[in-house]
Each structure stands twice: as C-alpha cells, then as structure tokens.
Design a protein around this ligand. Structure first.
Ligand code: DX5
Ligand code: ZN
Length: 331
C-alpha cells in the first residue's frame, strides 16, 4: 500500500477517503488532482456496473489511467455483481485496497484471497439492510469492513445514523482477530454535520463525496474540518460513550467585524487549523453589520491562543478604532 506518511496527509486519527463520484466525470484526472492537492488521505473509487446498483460509473481501465496522477492510495469500492471475474484487472490498475459487497451471488473467499495474495488490503461492504453477521464467514480474510450509511448507487444521499450506531462496534469486533491494521470504513452522507457522530463510533476511514464538491467551497478546508470533527467525536466517544453535541466542541475565540475576522481566520488557517466563521449575535457595527464569531476546535484552543492571542488582541483594538472612525465619519 502506498505509504500515507510519505504523502504527509492528516495528522489526526481520522482518514479521509475522497470519493470522485461527484467530480466532473468528463475530467476525472482533474478530480483526482484536486482531492490530492486538498489533502485527502485516499482516493475512493466508486465502480458501478448498472447491475449490482442502478448506476454506471467507470472501471479498471479508467482507474489504470488515473493511477499515475497521484501518490495517494487508491481505495476501490466495487459495486459490481462479478468482482471475482475482474479482480486481476483492478489489482493491475494499481488499487491499494479493494472492497466489494457481501450481497453478491459469486463466491467471496477466493476474491478476498486474490486481493491479499497481491499484497493489497481486502474488504467487504455491507448495504444498510444487510446484517453484519453476513461477514462472519470471511472475518479472517478481512482487512476492511465498509459500513454503507446510504443505499449504494449515488452520492448526495442522507446519512443513516442508526445504521452506523448499530454496526460500528460489531465491525471493530470482526476485525479484532487481526493483530493490526484492520480498518472500519463508513461510506455515505459524511460531511461537517455528521463527521463528529461518525467519529464517536470509532470509524477509521471516512468516505466523503458530494460534501467536497460543493461549488465555491474550499475543498482543503472542508477535509480539515471533517477530519477535526471526526477526531473530536472519537475523543468524546472514548470519554463517555455518549454522542457529543457538536456545537460544544468548538471554542469561541473572538468576535470581530467581518474584514478583521477574515484576517485572523486566514492567519490561523495558514497553520492548518480549521476555523469556523459565523455571523454572530453580538454587537451591530456602525456599518449595520454584526460582528462575526470565530470558533476553533476546543482541543486546540490553548494552542491557538498561545500562538495567535497577540494578533487577536491587536485586531480587537483595531476594530475599536475602525468603529470609532466610522462613527466620526457618520457625525
Ligand atoms: C455511493 C458511493 C459513495 C458516495 C459517497 O454508492 O459508494 O462512495 O460516492 O458520496 P456522499 O459522500 O455524497 O454520500
Ligand atoms: Zn463508495
């Protein structure tokens, strides 16, 4: 498997596998370059044959053409009826891990063995309606358990929270026989609203698709945010087992007029720490616009204050001058 450390990806525990299903299908190479530049830990490749699922995407030939475009590991998700028939093509295409569905009619163990024999990670995926027990017969051959939290076939669907809550611990149990390296993956509806809960369930790899391809959204920032929220959720999952309330996990750093809030956010984000900038409920400035609140992950609040507290205080003072200046102009 291509070494994640070599590509200098996420520092936290959570791994982000960016799905290119919602990228421009007319220019997948660009999609792969974009998610690489944005800091994705893996490229998630949704292969659909219009038979196992009601959609058709791309196959091994396309993946082979995309392979040289990035160093980031290729995580293939085969939603096809006959993975065994085509497995050599996917291995030859350079997939670092191959996950297919337990609901197929084909024999499963030989395909898992073929993937492992090629030195790649082998995984099985379960649809929302499929019990985890269906994986039991193959537990010793599994490196990856992929929990679908949407019906496979399309991006942009709603996250099925109960499905993950019901299966995450069992998936970890299934992989517990492995000395090391077993991974629980979640796929479907992961975004900044659902990442923290998914993290609290102990998931290792988070497949994210449509949430990264929202027009006008900074993909790199979205990946950092989802990763930070997932890590935060995991910590809280460890702490008390109760799903955390997301908003409490972000600490309020400052309230500033928009242009100054942008400046402080930019300074902090340049160090890789995600910042949420929200229109506040605080004071209305002489230009009629309320101050904006800057929130940072609670787990790094001390670090942010230690490194950016001086800038914050300078900008707070500048804000006062700016308000006074505006008021003077307004007479
Ligand atoms: C759906 C695919 C997913 C999908 C995720 O069948 O397996 O990987 O692309 O997309 P979002 O994150 O939009 O649910
Ligand atoms: Zn997928």
């Amino acid at each position: 498997m291509t070494d994640e450390a070599a590509t200098g990806r996420g520092t936290g525990r959570a791994r982000i596998a960016a799905s290119i299903l919602d990228a421009d299908l007319g220019n997948l190479a660009h999609g792969v370059r974009r998610v690489t530049a944005a800091g994705a830990d893996r490229v998630h490749l949704d292969v659909m044959d219009a038979h196992f699922v009601p959609n058709l995407t791309f196959g091994a030939k396309t993946i082979k053409a995309l392979r040289p475009r990035t160093q980031v590991p290729f995580d293939a998700h085969l939603m096809i009826s006959e993975p065994g028939r085509y497995i050599e093509e996917y291995l030859d295409a350079g997939c670092d891990s191959v996950t297919f569905h337990v609901e197929i009619e084909e024999a499963i163990a030989p395909t898992l063995k073929a993937i492992k024999a090629a030195g790649r990670a082998a995984g099985l995926a379960v649809k929302p309606g499929t019990p985890l027990s269906a994986l039991e017969p193959y537990a010793d051959l599994l490196d990856i358990v992929l929990i679908m939290t949407v019906e496979p076939g399309f991006g942009g669907q709603a996250f099925m929270k109960d499905v993950l809550a019901a299966k995450a611990a069992g998936a970890r149990q299934l992989l517990a026989r492995k000395l090391y390296g077993g991974e629980v993956h979640v796929d479907g509806g992961i975004n900044r609203e659902t990442a923290e809960f998914a993290g609290s369930q102990g998931v290792d790899v988070f497949v994210v698709g449509s949430a990264l391809f929202v027009r006008g959204r900074d993909m790199g920032r979205e990946i950092r945010l989802i990763r930070a929220l997932a890590d935060e959720g995991y910590q809280y999952g460890l702490n008390d087992g109760k799903p955390p309330i997301p908003h409490d996990r972000m600490a309020h750093l400052a309230s500033l007029p928009k242009h100054l809030a942008h400046r402080l956010m930019g300074e902090i984000e340049a160090t890789g720490i995600p910042v949420i900038m929200l229109r506040g409920e605080g004071q209305i400035n002489p230009d009629g616009v309320r101050d904006y609140d800057l929130l940072v992950p609670a787990s790094v609040e001390e670090h942010v204050v230690a490194n950016h507290g001086t800038s914050r205080d300078r900008l707070l003072a500048e804000a006062d001058d700016w308000r006074a200046g505006l008021l003077a102009k307004q007479g």
